[in-house]
Design a protein around this ligand. Structure first.
Ligand code: SRM
Ligand code: SF4
Length: 563
């Protein structure tokens, strides 16, 4: 197999020669080795699987001359974060039997399992399929899990949107049968579980993915017009559900956003998506296809760090970029509607749905659903709710979970379950804690430069003390933390973004905000975590003394202190 095709990156050759994502995966999965070959590791990502090693023991094992502790992460794509009770119970069982005991909710409303061993990968994938879920396409150079504001699911004013995340998942998922053949069908023969259904269609690979798929990942979000919980401007393509006075219900479309950066490459940057057009529901697929083929054909396949749509937009210039999309779309693009994004709703606490049923949003904390050592906690609580009540689950883009469709007469019973398992009511959450996000980072993420999820609780505690000391305990502050500048918890648009720089230091970004419509500015470099409160407190005092009524810290910082 060739390493390079012309000046293309090696991954392009691996894709092309993989026979539509098969490569040597089946053979590699069948060996006694605990790890996979390099080429297979790349192809595995298309199947939603990352080869990792436990970085907590990496050094000691290397020094002892032992092999690494090979583990795998599996990401399950869950369009719009919507799950029924049976699916939740399946995820719960997988966490206990095949993973590290936790269900990790992601910032894109998906679910990750960590600590899976190679020999369980097929069994895990087959279980997902048996319950109408899949990890296929959750990672890799394809359209990723589409995120959608949880409140659109039950919003009578936007019924045309309810099923859209599912529709986009079906329409833009690669059609190769590789995943089915390698991970599901082979396993079925050996499985004692109920037989899984064959997919009804057997089409050839998707007309626009071809054999080299996209240059890299492509992300879509569907936003509620009143509140930007999905960070719609951070997406390759964002859809804001709106009603046009002339064209009726449809979507304002924004394109070319993305937050990842690399310290090693100065020409990488975070970029907010810009408004492209307004389309109706019938026009939407064609428009997305035009954007996707623009990216497929013009995206950089010689440098994976710059292989995102945002660099096509920035390098071409907005006018030429839009003209190219329009040419491919084949009709004039309408002007986008004017819009102002609203501050993100955290979807926590109780609310009544239009059909009279109830839902309750529960804070998870960096998305990690698990129990304590005594088997008590959120994981048990959600399992009991899924077993006893006819509820469904919505994962939010803030790594939290909404238990939905609760009969109003059962509210007290649900509250009793949550209380018994030690799940705190949202009214008892701290004002930094309730919206704080963190990426997984160490020990699983191979790209982490510094800790994130494991250090979030102490950083939240420190900042809540800072808020109390400055007399601001009743105000909210949005904190997002990552272990590197890839930006998986979206710190680039946060009021306070803490981004890993080296093992023990972080860069501090300030001045984004809850509307997600502005990039935060670099305020301090290479700070130790325990230095951050002292840097922030004088700024918090100025916000307290000079801020306008109701002005958020991010807006204040940007107005008064931003350059
Ligand atoms: Fe991410 C890579 C975790 C949302 C930008 N991301 C990774 C990997 C797979 C590390 C790797 O490549 O080896 C991380 C897995 C760590 C682990 O141990 O679990 C990882 N990303 C996550 C999650 C789980 C963070 C979370 O706390 O929830 C999110 C999973 C999303 C999902 O369900 O699909 C996650 N990642 C994001 C977001 C936010 C978003 O999409 O809303 C971003 C910024 C937006 C963007 O794409 O620009 C993001 N992740 C990245 C990047 C930088 C991409 C770039 O343009 O350069 C990487 C690096 C890469 O792809 O090579 C990355
Ligand atoms: Fe890993 Fe960096 Fe993403 Fe955190 S931000 S999960 S450290 S890639």
């Amino acid at each position: 197999m060739s390493q390079l095709v012309g000046s293309l990156v090696a991954e392009e050759g691996i894709k092309r020669e993989s026979n539509n994502l098969r490569g040597g995966l089946a053979q590699d999965l069948s060996t006694a080795a605990r790890n996979m070959s390099g080429h297979s590791e790349h192809l595995l990502k298309f199947h939603g699987i990352y080869a990792q090693d436990d970085r907590d023991v990496r050094r000691e094992r290397t020094l002892a001359g032992e092999s690494l502790e090979y583990i795998f992460m599996i990401r399950v794509a869950i369009p719009g974060g919507q799950l029924n009770a049976d699916q939740w119970l399946t995820l719960d069982r997988i966490a206990g039997e095949l993973a590290d005991g936790s269900i990790r909710l992601t910032t894109r409303q998906a679910v990750q399992f960590h600590g899976v061993v190679k020999f369980d990968l097929r069994r895990l994938a087959a279980r997902l399929h048996a319950h109408a879920m899949t990890s296929f396409g959750a990672c890799g150079d394809v359209v990723r899990n589409t995120v959608m504001c949880s409140s659109l699911v039950s919003d009578d004013a936007h019924t045309h949107v309810t099923a859209l995340a599912d529709h986009l998942a079906r329409t833009f998922k690669p059609t190769t049968r590789a995943h089915w053949e390698i991970f599901v069908d082979g396993e079925r023969a050996a499985s004692i579980e109920a037989p899984v259904e064959q997919p009804s269609e057997h089409p050839s690979e998707h007309e626009f993915y071809g054999d080299t798929y996209l240059p890299r990942k492509f992300k879509i979000a569907i936003a509620h017009p009143d509140e930007n919980c999905v960070d719609v401007l951070a997406q390759d393509l964002g859809l804001v559900a709106m009603t046009h006075p002339e064209w009726g219900a449809g979507f304002n479309v924004v394109v070319g956003g993305g937050l990842g950066r690399s310290y090693a490459q100065a020409d990488t940057f975070a970029r907010l998506a810009t408004p492209l057009t307004f389309v109706t529901g019938e026009e939407l697929d064609d428009l997305i296809r035009a954007v996707l083929t623009t990216y497929r054909d013009l995206g950089d396949r010689t440098n994976r760090r710059r292989a995102r749509l945002k660099y096509v937009a920035a390098d071409m210039g907005t006018e030429a970029f839009y003209a190219e999309i329009e040419r491919r779309y084949g009709r004039p693009l309408r002007a986008p509607m004017a819009m102002t994004l609203g501050a993100a709703d955290d979807h926590l606490g109780w609310r009544t749905l239009s059909d009279g049923r109830l839902e309750v949003g529960i804070r998870v904390g960096a998305g990690r659903v698990r129990d304590d050592a005594d088997g008590v906690g959120l994981r048990s609580a959600l399992r009991e709710l899924a077993t006893r009540f006819a509820v469904r689950f919505l994962i939010t883009p803030q790594q939290d979970i909404v238990v939905s469709s609760i009969a109003s007469a059962e509210r007290g019973l649900v509250e009793e379950v949550l209380t018994r398992h030690g799940v705190r009511d949202e009214s008892r959450l701290g004002n930094v804690e309730r919206t704080a996000l963190a990426c997984p980072a160490l020990p699983t993420c191979g790209q982490a430069l510094a800790e994130s999820e494991r250090r979030l609780p102490s950083l939240v505690g420190d900042l809540e003390q800072s808020m109390a000391r400055t007399g601001l305990a009743s105000r909210r502050l949005q904190l997002r933390m990552t272990g590197c500048p890839n930006g998986c918890a979206r710190p680039a648009v946060a009021e306070v973004g803490v981004v890993g720089r080296t093992k023990n230091s972080y860069d501090l970004y300030l001045g984004g905000g809850p509307r997600g419509d502005r990039l935060a500015a670099l305020h301090g470099e290479k700070l130790k975590l325990d230095e951050i409160p002292a840097v922030l407190e004088p700024l918090l005092e100025r916000w307290r003394d000079e801020g306008d009524t109701g002005e958020s810290f991010g807006d204040f910082y940007h107005r008064v202190l931003g350059s």
